[in-house]
Design a protein around this ligand. Structure first.
Ligand SMILES: CC(=O)N[C@@H](CCC[C@H](N)C(=O)O)C(=O)O
Length: 377
């Protein structure tokens, strides 16, 4: 879609071309800061935190602070879209919609910079959502102190819904997550003498199969768990037995208790593998995100607002096994996250995902109307 782009759609397309991984969003930060500098400055207070940005828009008679968060980082994916504005950074792509999230955030910020509401607004541009997680350290930062919102909102694009759709629910929306890194060390050797070596490619292959038994055999079928291995590395050449292998994955659960159970099973299987293959194994759980829990009262109020407002179609959705470190904001601050329809056949994290950015302007407008309405309460 390249017809008649609004200023915020243009921004989305500009950001789409410069995808950067977590805590390396330098160009992204510079583009956003330049846009912020072009806004009327009299009500703004701008701070940076690492590669993130915090902007307070002072209200006309503030009683509260409303927060809006947009994440900034991209994924290590080689883009395969038909976009004329595709990624200029080989091996990186905005495949999770953070380019749209930031453009919508900038639209919300622009509206209030030009015409503040009575309460304060804090726009949070947050790095490193895909990993290692920017929300938790940002929440503990000096820069956010004194700007802490009383209520938080964020959105995530949803490929499966048409443009003009908002989907959310009270209570749990996204899962608890834990990254998973398993390193295996055996004994390398000549491909022709397997009895003199200890092959970590075979061990890794077995472990991938065994890990699938956790969901199938150890978890109550009425509970929901994901164990995904997204990457395997091992060996150096086709005729050398691999001394080392590494598995990288993620665990998703609906409760902390189940997360503990899954990790205990992984540890038991890995320990068994060490015995079975006479190898050494180590497990690293990387970064962990808490669930995204939508405050029921605030979410229901928002859902009623969207129904009454009538500009967008509201769907009460079910929870998903996605993760989001926005959960850490919601752990401390009442608020909610919602899905925004962008109507594309490819899913999140797919190299061919082409979110329809005609969703950007209606999203800005509904969020601005909602915040003005809330501030008038
Ligand atoms: C919305 C979304 O896709 N979020 C990511 C969050 C990743 C968390 C962490 N790096 C992990 O992989 O566990 C997701 O994959 O759900």
């Amino acid at each position: 879609m390249t017809t008649q782009a609004s200023s915020f759609v243009e921004l989305r397309r500009q950001l789409h071309q410069i995808p950067e991984p977590g805590f390396q969003e330098f160009k992204t930060q510079a583009v956003l800061l330049e846009r912020i500098a072009a806004l009327p400055q009299e009500h703004l207070e701008v701070r940076t935190w690492r590669t993130g940005i915090l902007v307070r828009v002072k209200g006309t008679a503030p009683r509260r602070t409303f927060g809006y968060r947009a994440d900034m980082d991209a994924l290590p994916i080689e883009e395969n879209t038909s976009y004329p504005f595709r990624s200029q950074h080989p091996g990186y792509m905005h495949a999770c919609g953070h380019d749209l999230h930031m453009a919508i955030g900038m639209g919300v910020l622009s509206a209030f910079a030009k015409q503040p509401m009575s309460d304060d607004l804090v726009l949070v541009f947050q790095p490193a959502e895909e990993g290692p997680g920017g929300a938790l350290p940002m929440l503990g930062s000096q820069e956010l102190q004194g700007m802490m919102p009383d209520q938080m909102v964020a959105l995530h694009i949803a490929p499966e819904y048409p443009v003009g759709t908002i989907a959310t629910k009270p209570g749990i929306l996204f899962a608890n997550t834990s990254e998973l890194f398993i390193d295996l060390t055996g004994k390398g050797g000549h491909a022709a003498f397997p009895h003199q070596a200890n092959d970590m490619v075979v061990a890794a292959a077995q472990l991938v199969g065994q890990l699938q038994t956790i969901v199938a055999r150890n978890i109550n079928p009425l509970d929901s768990v994901v164990v995904t291995i997204g990457k395997i590395e091992g060996g150096t050449k086709q005729n050398i037995i691999a001394e080392k292998a590494r598995l990288e994955g993620t665990i998703r659960t609906m409760s902390i208790d189940t997360m503990r159970r899954v990790k205990a099973r992984i540890e038991a299987l890995v320990s068994g593998l060490e015995t079975a293959f006479d190898c050494k194994a180590s497990i690293d759980y990387g970064s962990n995100y808490c669930q995204v829990y939508n405050n029921p009262a605030v979410t229901e109020e928002f859902m009623n607002f969207v129904r009454t407002d009538g500009a967008m179609n509201l769907i009460e959705c079910t929870e998903a096994m996605t993760g989001e470190d926005f959960g850490y904001f919601l752990e401390r601050i009442p608020g909610f996250m919602f899905w925004l329809g962008v109507d594309t056949p490819y899913g999140l994290h797919h190299a061919s995902i082409e979110p329809n950015d005609q969703a950007v302007d209606p999203a800005i407008e509904v969020i601005v109307r909602y915040l003005r309405w809330k501030s008038a309460q």
